[in-house]
Design a protein around this ligand. Structure first.
Ligand SMILES: NC(=O)c1ccc[n+]([C@@H]2O[C@H](COP(=O)([O-])OP(=O)(O)OC[C@H]3O[C@@H](n4cnc5c(N)ncnc54)[C@H](OP(=O)(O)O)[C@@H]3O)[C@@H](O)[C@H]2O)c1
Length: 335
């Protein structure tokens, strides 16, 4: 079968290759992949920022496709089912454990830039009927993470959520937060993106280039209260201001590091405001299943900004790596 291999920690190291077609072992299904979608994680793998055990590997965590063969013992899926394989197939549900996060598609398991992949049937979720393969491919990492962010703070009508940027996680969080009845404040580098976020339901918009003290703006917009939930997708550049923007008793859900992982912070806001700092590593198959129920019920459509052809895979990576050009997700069509 045709695959794309990543031959080392470099954006220049993506190559077309041939590999033997996998077969579905007991408990597995064989999937014909139809689409892949990039996460910042895939760029981190391809630049060495996220270490992997060995190269070459078939990259890209997220994908969607159809079931073409069933391994022995698989009874709850059928040939032709449209599915998404979860990023962390070991993590069926429950609390995070070393085992649950040990296997990751596109990191130490074959990823989505291939014609076929064999995956455990228990890691597969049916694609909601209103979504195509491109939209479905965006779900595993970003939708699971955004779902867990929104659940971490028990959002209810009147809750205030602060989202940083317009990447994949932030826009899913916007859609889930609005479905929960929360008020959303979103900060982006671009007025054009802010206008697109407004059309998706964002209530208050801040251009963080024009207003570098955006945390003060969050406090002003909330009458001094701050945000009940801050989804921290950015890391180094924003963490200290995120603490300031959080409400007393609020939650800082920290997942991202697009500007780096090192931060220097003042502990006082955490102590005085009794903040909950919640770390997160994607989530389980059960979390994604819950997110998919919400997506189905609220007819949520993932925001696919651009679809690249498989022959333009370098361009797709470059687009995400550039940072700040895309709005939502970048997908790759698989022939
Ligand atoms: N731990 C987990 O569970 C988990 C799961 C998924 C993702 N992540 C991480 O979360 C982060 C976001 O992932 P993603 O896939 O959504 O990334 P992405 O699509 O690449 O989005 C990143 C966005 O960050 C925004 N940004 C950059 N600098 C900013 C700043 N100084 N202030 C505010 N916003 C800024 C930009 O938005 P604008 O262009 O609008 O300014 C950019 O589009 C990544 O670090 C990723 O690895 C972690």
């Amino acid at each position: 079968m045709k695959v794309i291999e990543l031959n080392g920690p470099s954006l220049e190291a993506l190559r077309r290759a041939e590999r033997p077609e996998p077969t579905a072992a007991r408990g597995q299904v064989l999937l014909r992949l139809r689409a892949a979608a990039l996460n910042y994680l895939d760029v981190a793998v391809a630049t060495g920022a996220f270490p992997v055990p060995q190269f070459p590997l078939i990259p890209v965590a997220d994908g969607a496709g159809e079931v073409v063969a069933l391994g022995e013992g698989v009874e709850d899926l059928a040939i032709g089912d449209r599915v998404v394989p979860h990023f962390m197939p070991n993590w069926q549900g429950g609390a995070i454990t070393p085992f649950s996060i040990a296997a990751m598609r596109g990191v130490n398991l074959p990823g989505s830039l291939a014609e076929y992949v064999a995956v455990p049937a228990t890691s597969m979720l049916r694609l909601p009927g209103h979504l195509d393969f491109m939209q479905g491919a965006t779900l595993p990492v970003a939708a699971t993470t955004a779902w867990n962010a929104v659940r971490s703070a028990a959002l209810r009508p009147g809750s205030v959520v602060l989202l940083l940027g317009t990447g994949g996680v932030s826009l899913f969080a916007l859609q889930f937060a609005k479905a929960s009845g929360a008020t959303v404040i979103l900060a982006s580098s671009s007025d054009e993106k802010l206008e697109r976020a407004r059309r998706l339901g964002a209530d208050h918009l801040i251009n963080y280039r024009a207003a570098p003290a955006w945390d003060e703006e969050v406090l002003r917009l909330t009458g001094g209260r701050g945000a009940d939930l801050v989804v921290e997708t950015v890391g180094h550049a924003t963490w200290a201001r995120s603490l300031n923007a959080a409400a007393t008793g609020g939650t800082l859900f920290t997942v991202g590091f697009v500007t780096g992982t090192g931060v220097s912070i003042d502990l006082l806001p955490i102590i005085v405001k009794g903040l909950r700092i919640v770390g997160n590593n994607t989530g389980s198959v059960a979390d994604l299943a819950e997110a998919l129920r919400a997506i189905e019920a609220h007819r949520i459509v993932p925001v696919v900004d651009r679809v690249f052809d498989i022959h333009e895979v370098d361009g797709a990576y470059a687009e995400l790596a550039a940072g700040g050009r895309h709005f939502g997700k970048i997908a790759i069509a698989l022939p």
